[in-house]
Design a protein. Structure first.
Length: 199
């Protein structure tokens, strides 16, 4: 049975610090593993045009960031595509069948709250152990059966179940976002929002 897990994690958040330093806001919209060491991210930067531009420049110069560039802008902000070395929490969760509900790297709180759905209870212990190996402190706040969660709609539960069972969260992935989109009948952009911002 799927479990909803809430961890308290104390991890550096250089991405958010870069945005804050330049007067911008940042939200991670989506992330994907590229290989064992690297990942891609889609970020949403908000703020004045100069703050966004300066944040992108700062990101491009950061250690571990391979690429960062704006791909789309509108009145609300700029979408940024980045390729970077896997962040600590992401390295710790690699190889585990889980779905992030709240990304700790979106949190402005210290320690951050990381909420995810895990397929196997043993994955939680392994993730906490891997976090500790990287010097990241973690503490379990809550573990509860997913089917008792009042935070998920029936449709969202169905999408999460299909995503996990189809291997979307496996490493390497067994199905792409587009394939999952076709499987569940939801456009990729809307599906990304559901997978990343289910509350």
């Amino acid at each position: 049975m799927f479990k909803e897990v809430s961890l308290e994690v104390k991890s550096r958040n250089d991405l958010l610090a870069a945005a804050k330093m330049n007067g911008a806001t940042m939200t991670i919209i989506d992330c994907n593993p590229l290989d064992r060491e690297r990942m891609s991210m889609l970020l949403d930067l908000g703020g004045a045009p100069d703050a966004i531009k300066n944040t992108i420049t700062t990101l491009q110069k950061m250690a571990g960031v391979r690429q960062a560039y704006g791909i789309d802008s509108d009145a609300e902000g700029t979408r940024v595509f980045a390729v970077l070395d896997k962040l600590g929490v992401c390295r710790a969760s690699a190889g585990s069948a889980l779905l992030c509900l709240d990304c700790p790297y979106n949190s402005t709180e210290v320690p951050a709250r990381w909420r995810f759905v895990a397929k196997k209870a043993k994955d939680v212990g392994e993730i906490i152990s891997r976090l500790g190996d990287q010097g990241i402190q973690a503490r379990i706040e809550d573990i509860s059966p997913l089917d008792k969660s009042v935070a998920l709609t029936q449709k969202e539960r169905g999408i999460i179940s299909v995503a996990i069972e189809s291997g979307y969260f496996d490493f390497p992935r067994k199905i792409t976002l587009e394939g999952l989109s076709q499987l569940v009948g939801v456009e990729p952009e809307a599906l990304t929002k559901i997978l990343r911002s289910v509350e």
